[in-house]
Design a protein around this ligand. Structure first.
Ligand code: C2E
Ligand code: MG
Ligand code: MG
Ligand code: MG
Length: 284
């Protein structure tokens, strides 16, 4: 028994050392990514791309979502799913967030008075940004200085924001909406917020997560999306489907009463120049 125990201990130790080495390697990798991200942000190498949101009724491109891109000479350096969580952890997301808002408003200026161009832009907001005590004031100031109506901006929050100190969050949201900014809950159905919490939030729109759209082909999936759209209607919210990749999905979602459609079937996220070309082609 003691031999076996010793052997087990030795192997535990070995695994432990191995595990620590792995962690160290991981931490170093994360640190080097965040360092490079800081550098590239400072050197103005981050971009904001835009993906149109199509009104299901008449296919008009009424809005768009702003999405951060970290592009280098050889293409994307890291995808947002990798660098956004790191930027959240390091706090860089706070400055990045204002940068995205600024670029989004500039994009609206470039699109101004173009027939058929989006008149509203949705900007993703992280919990770390939301927790800044001057978040409300800075957002108000940036929008006021842009000359665009606050109604042209929608903030996309996740369910995790909704659950973080519900009182503080709903007060901030209320103030933002009183100012005129719209609020959408992103990736709806993937988080852990309860319907009670959701009902108490001042919201304008609900974004149905891509995973539900993927399951539309199955009867259960269709029923689920139908229920989510019904729920959003009952709450008086606009519904936006994410990840619409086919004409069938688009038609199904329209038939189910979904208001806005976003996905590769219509357009991928594009730099502003690409969006302008896309709008030209559509108009032609
Ligand atoms: P999200 O806010 O849910 O954004 C939608 C994601 O779905 C985007 O991924 C978009 O490119 C992708 N997408 C759109 N249509 C389709 C489709 O038809 N099929 C598929 N497979 N994907 C589609 P992206 O740009 O890689 O961003 C990933 C996530 O990173 C975002 O998810 C958001 O949570 C975060 N993110 C991106 N930009 C920002 C930002 O400026 N600020 C913050 N806080 N987070 C951001
Ligand atoms: Mg989003
Ligand atoms: Mg989303
Ligand atoms: Mg999503």
């Amino acid at each position: 028994v003691s031999i076996a125990l010793n052997r087990a201990k030795r192997s535990l130790n070995r695994d432990h050392v191995y595990f620590e080495k792995e962690m160290e390697h991981d931490t170093r990798r994360r640190l080097s990514i965040i360092h490079a991200l800081h550098e590239d942000f400072r050197r103005d190498r981050l971009e904001v791309w835009f993906q149109p949101q199509i009104r299901a009724d008449d296919q008009a491109a009424v809005a768009m979502e702003a999405l951060l891109r970290w592009t280098g000479e050889q293409g994307f350096v890291q995808p947002p799913n990798v660098f956004v969580p790191l930027a959240e952890h390091s706090g860089l997301i706070i400055e990045l967030g204002y940068f995205v808002l600024q670029r989004s408003l500039e994009a609206l200026s470039r699109l101004n008075d173009r027939p058929g161009a989006p008149v509203r832009v949705s900007v993703n907001v992280s919990l770390a940004q939301f927790r800044q005590i001057d978040f409300l004031q800075r957002v108000q100031r940036i929008i006021a200085e842009s000359g665009h109506p606050p109604q042209a901006i929608e903030l996309e929050i996740t369910e995790s924001i909704a659950m973080d100190e519900p009182k503080v969050v709903s007060n901030t949201l209320r103030a933002l909406r009183a100012f005129g900014v719209r609020v959408a809950v992103d990736d709806f159905g993937t988080g852990y917020s309860s319907l009670t919490q959701l009902r108490q939030l001042p919201l304008d729109a609900m974004k149905i997560d891509r995973s539900f759209v993927l399951d539309l082909a199955e009867p259960d999936g269709r029923w689920l999306v139908e229920s989510i759209i019904a729920l959003s209607k009952r709450l008086g919210l606009e519904s936006v489907a994410e990840g619409v990749e086919s004409a069938e999905q688009a038609a199904q979602l329209r038939d189910l009463g979904c208001d806005l459609l976003q996905g590769y079937h219509f357009a991928r996220p594009m730099p502003l120049s690409g969006l302008l070309d896309w709008l030209d082609q559509r108009a032609a």
